[in-house]
Design a protein around this ligand. Structure first.
Ligand code: FES
Ligand code: FES
Length: 153
């Protein structure tokens, strides 16, 4: 049907087989020589929740590894999975600039065709919000003090 065709192949693959679903522990942090950050975020509109794990190099503030857990719909899972992938190798200041639109664009099969139907765009906002929460925790600052990027939903 028509709705079925509104999801990219990349979204379909990551819904079923996310590459970064899981968790990171203090042992992983010690092994990689980084600091463990565990951030939670929830979407008030639908009640879904996401948890993001980072290991951050304290000297360079580079995200060495990332994982997520999600009580979310398939689009939220695919978005969180791509978000975690986009975080790895970036500094926390680079990661905080990743928006939900960046995540959605990275999930497109074709650059001009949206990866998810417009009604599901809000499901990618959690992936953006939880990054901001992780940065705030890592820096020990209020989430509200971080600059807001433009959100499309
Ligand atoms: Fe849910 Fe925009 S964040 S509709
Ligand atoms: Fe809640 Fe998709 S419907 S995250």
């Amino acid at each position: 049907g028509a709705l079925w065709e509104n999801y990219s192949q990349k979204v379909a693959e990551r819904m079923d087989n996310p590459k970064y679903r899981g968790e990171l522990t203090e042992e992983d942090a010690a092994r990689l020589g980084g600091k463990l950050v565990v951030a939670d975020w929830g979407a008030e509109s639908c009640g879904d929740a996401v948890r993001l794990y980072w290991i951050v190099d304290p000297a360079t503030h580079t995200i060495l590894d990332a994982r997520f857990k999600s009580f979310g719909c398939g689009t939220a899972i695919a978005s969180s999975d791509m978000m975690a992938e986009l975080c790895i190798g970036k500094t926390v200041d680079e990661a905080v600039k990743i928006t939900n639109l960046d995540v959605e664009k990275a999930l497109r099969d074709d650059p001009d065709t949206p990866a998810v139907p417009s009604q599901k765009m809000h499901c990618s906002v959690m992936a953006y919000d939880v990054i901001k929460q992780a940065v705030a925790l890592y820096k020990g600052v209020d989430r509200e003090s971080l600059e807001e990027e433009e959100i499309v939903c």
